[in-house]
Design a protein around this ligand. Sequence first.
Ligand SMILES: Cc1cc2nc3c(=O)[nH]c(=O)nc-3n(C[C@H](O)[C@H](O)[C@H](O)COP(=O)(O)OP(=O)(O)OC[C@H]3O[C@@H](n4cnc5c(N)ncnc54)[C@H](O)[C@@H]3O)c2cc1C
Ligand code: SF4
Ligand code: SF4
Length: 427
Amino acid sequence: VEKVTGSNGDFAVTVRKKARYINEDLCTGCGACAEKCPTTVIDEYDMGLGKRKAIYKYYAQGIPSTFCIDPDHCRTFKGKKCGVCEKICQAKAIDYKQEDKILELNVGAIILATGYDLFDAEKIPEYGYGRLANVVNSMEFERLLSASGPTEGHVEKPSDLRDHELIHKGEKSLKKTTKTLAKYEKKHKKSSAEFYKEFTAGNISDGDEFAKWAEQYESVQEATKKLEELKVKAETFDIATRLAFVQCVGSRDFRFNKYCSSYCCMHTIKEAMMAKDHDARTEAYIFNMDLRTVGKGFEEYKVRGAEQVGLHYVRGRVAEITQDENENPIIWYEETTSQTPKSMTVDLAILAVACEAPKGIEKIAEMVGVELDHNRFFKTDPLNPLDTTTPGIFVCGCAQGPMDIPESVAQASSAASRAAEAVAGKA
Ligand SMILES: Cc1cc2nc3c(=O)[nH]c(=O)nc-3n(C[C@H](O)[C@H](O)[C@H](O)COP(=O)(O)OP(=O)(O)OC[C@H]3O[C@@H](n4cnc5c(N)ncnc54)[C@H](O)[C@@H]3O)c2cc1C
Ligand code: SF4
Ligand code: SF4
């Protein structure tokens, strides 16, 4: 949304429909293009833990179920030779020349449903997020746990994923250097090992080409050794089964957000149960000040987690996370029930990061002409909780404040009813 004018019952809204470089009426969503696209990039939807192609679907359940091209990475947009997707697409849906469209809408009411952003855990340096490989945030863990995620639901340690990537890259670069050695070998009709022996014994006269050959040979030897070591290490990799969930990261913390993010206690219990379900060896420790299981059946769910699934609820706020020589996180905490400082080594630490008003919310608030509350969410009327400070503009879900999916969906229905009233001139 780029511009909003007018008032209750009669708003003019200017919307930019971004070019997807695919004709969505023709695209069948078959995915043949993505299969053949040679460009692989980091997948933001998988929180950077997986990869996608330059032609991709933002996420599996997106509507319409259409692909789009990422012009920042696509070879054609970068002026390189490609066009593979255009050749492969039988529906003739690829359109590199598509442009953004500006839509002018006349509407009676507006519902703000812009959701939330995750708290940036790097703001708490003592937890090591962004510095320690095996400390992730709750959304990253959701992706690791998801069957459609980068590890197909196996909770692999990010340090292991990184090493697998290093092996892959190492093998690729080794293949390239080996090809260069083969060229020298063909030209001089001897193996690189033979040449190197003679070269280091001083039996080959100095020359730029020979020096380069020797250098390449040495780098191949070194890279092969490192690769072998990494491969031996990779044989010992296993999925993370000792999990530490750290609650209230950026919530209920006077340095950041004083409020409770309301959904994280429940999603942590859910995630811990799912991890246990994926691998029975899992031991999950949930570090919390208290578990806020507010909702119908929520407390029973928590109790079931402990009694039937074997989750460990540890009362205590985590002070610091460090790591051992194998990159396993060490959780330092005070167990408040016994008032004892303790530490625990785990495979993976998961930070339940706070729900925050999204970046840019001020811009939207100014554009539509509504106020924000002291936590930067859209301000609402206590007696009409979906009404903003401007008639005809309503709000639902986390745009109003932290809440879970059922509550967001219930609010969405209510906001739609309020909008219908506004259109009918009754709100
Ligand atoms: C790790 C994690 C696990 C969770 N698990 C659960 C769970 O199991 N069960 C549960 O009930 N809840 C869970 N939640 C909470 C759940 O994510 C929220 O309740 C829910 O997403 C709120 O929905 P929403 O539509 O208000 O906001 P969002 O899901 O944030 O959706 C807002 C949408 O608006 C889009 N948007 C924002 N600004 C603009 C703009 N200017 N123009 C166009 N589009 C825009 C955003 O891209 C986004 O797609 C979890 C939360 C986290 C962090
Ligand atoms: S043109 Fe772009 S999107 Fe299409 S296959 Fe090539 S790199 Fe991928
Ligand atoms: S829901 Fe739980 S983890 Fe989230 S802020 Fe509230 S108490 Fe902390």
